[in-house]
Design a protein around this ligand. Structure first.
Ligand code: GAP
Length: 434
């Protein structure tokens, strides 16, 4: 059974996955810092995405474009004109809300007063700043609200230098910023977040086929990482939900503690972006098909996922409570590729002769995988802590180790224990963890 909201937020804070940003100053709402375990988990999520979307494919290459781009980019992409949410304010308590997220337009959810909302006005979601020392309209630049535009801007550069032919994709992982009216639900909706986006360029007539292909690929990715198949689904957007650039969009939704909500959007952006950038820049960035001797704008299928949001969903999904001889064992059943720590090395006691061996084992394992050497508290408590942070294997050094040069390896999920020689530990772990 996955975690409820408060349980997972408390665990994330208590174990050092996620901290409130600027906590010592009272916290900055909607911004979070990833602690020692959180940063490992987040990196592993991104690594798995990159592996599946770029590394193992011959038709997708990577990119890392700038956060700040020419302001004309946002004019052309339509973000300056239409990237906004409808904002209403309560005249009584002055709290502000996204009109489309309110349950009732008659009553303020903060102060409870009725008929106090102002007319909705469109609120621009892009963060604005100035480039250079002078603050003026000419120097206004924006923090990118999606990583995607950097890909469109570099479409021709990448095509030319990588010599790829249609269909091909360009992938990017990076920060995006949105001045959300209502940041909410811990790291689910924040004003600064990580996206994992890929633009797959194809011939217009093939777009629908590739769209369906990517729906399947992306669902397979989540399933392969162990997400409960009953808690993840695809939902096609209604016509009136579509973003200004999209012909068709399907959301990958996860059953969060508050209900089904978006994890990833898979959109057919047609040729909207390339055409707009060609028009606004005056550069011919059409694709030239030598065989057919024709020049055209490719269409684009875009699987766009949130790395921070996916990490949150994976944490929720992995959480389990088990009854072990009348005691509750909390265990994060994270896929071993995602687990922040792969192996915990635990000496049974702090006796120097045990510490010397456990220290050496931990040092020898460290170049190969994320290892924690934990020497404090009783062994039972240390096992529980490792279960709670999702460590797949614990290696215990006990007094017998000094005689038989072997250690006990405990499996997180089954709690089964196996005796393994120190010499054979490396290959044993490779066999279990890859
Ligand atoms: N380029 C298309 C695009 O940006 P989107 O549906 O607005 O599409 C893609 O964003 C993904 O980015 C979302 O499915 C979500 O996982 C993540 N995301 C969007 N806004 C977010 C926010 N405020 N906080 C955290 N993640 C967010």
């Amino acid at each position: 059974m996955p975690a409820d909201f408060d349980t997972i937020v408390n665990l994330a804070k208590k174990r050092g996955f996620v901290f409130q940003s600027s906590e010592i100053y009272g916290g900055l709402r909607s911004a979070y810092d990833y602690g020692p375990l959180g940063v490992e988990l987040l990196r592993n999520v991104k690594e798995q995405w990159w592996h599946a979307m770029v590394r193992i494919r011959g038709d997708v290459v990577g990119l890392d474009s700038a956060v700040i781009q020419a302001p004309q980019v946002w004019e052309a992409s339509g973000h300056l004109g239409s990237f906004s949410d409808p904002l209403v304010e309560c005249r009584n308590c002055h709290n502000r809300f996204r009109e489309d997220k309110l349950e009732s337009l008659d009553q303020c959810p903060s102060c409870g007063r009725r008929d106090t909302f102002t007319e909705a006005r469109e609120f621009q979601l892009m963060f604005r700043t100035n480039m250079g020392p002078v603050e003026s309209d000419e120097n206004t630049v924006y923090l990118r609200p999606e990583t995607a535009q950097g890909i469109f801007l570099n479409f021709d550069n990448v095509r030319r230098t990588s010599r790829l032919k249609l269909p091909f994709g360009i992938a990017q992982i990076g920060k995006a910023f949105r001045n959300e009216i209502t940041p909410e639900k811990f790291v689910f909706r924040t004003r600064e977040f990580d996206q994992m986006e890929m633009e797959f360029f194809c011939r217009p007539e093939d777009a629908e086929r590739w769209h369906n292909y990517w729906l399947e690929q992306r669902m397979n990715w989540y399933h392969d990482l162990g997400i409960d198949p009953d808690r993840i689904r695809l939902r096609r957007h209604e016509q009136d939900e579509l973003a200004h650039y999209a012909e068709r969009t399907d959301d990958v939704e996860y059953l969060f503690p508050w209900g089904w909500d978006e994890l990833e959007g898979i959109a057919n952006r047609a040729d909207f972006d390339l055409r707009q950038h060609a028009e606004h820049s005056g550069k011919d960035i059409r694709y030239f098909d030598q065989e057919a001797n024709e020049r055209f704008f490719p269409h684009v299928i875009e699987p766009a996922a949130g790395a921070t949001r996916t990490t949150f969903a994976l944490l929720i999904d992995a959480y389990e409570e088990e009854d072990v001889r009348g005691d509750t064992r909390v265990v994060l059943k994270l896929d071993k590729r995602l687990a922040p720590i792969k192996v915990a090395v635990l000496p049974l006691s702090k006796k120097p002769e045990l510490l010397e061996v456990s220290d050496r084992i931990a040092d020898e394992l460290r170049p190969h995988r994320a290892v924690e050497h934990d020497i404090t508290q009783s062994i039972g408590r240390r096992y529980r802590r490792q279960d709670e942070i999702g460590t797949p294997l614990c290696v215990t050094v006990d007094f017998e180790t000094l005689d038989d040069r072997a250690v006990t390896v405990r499996d997180r999920d089954t709690m089964a224990q196996e005796r393994v020689t120190i010499e054979g530990l490396g290959p044993y772990l490779t066999d279990k963890l890859g």
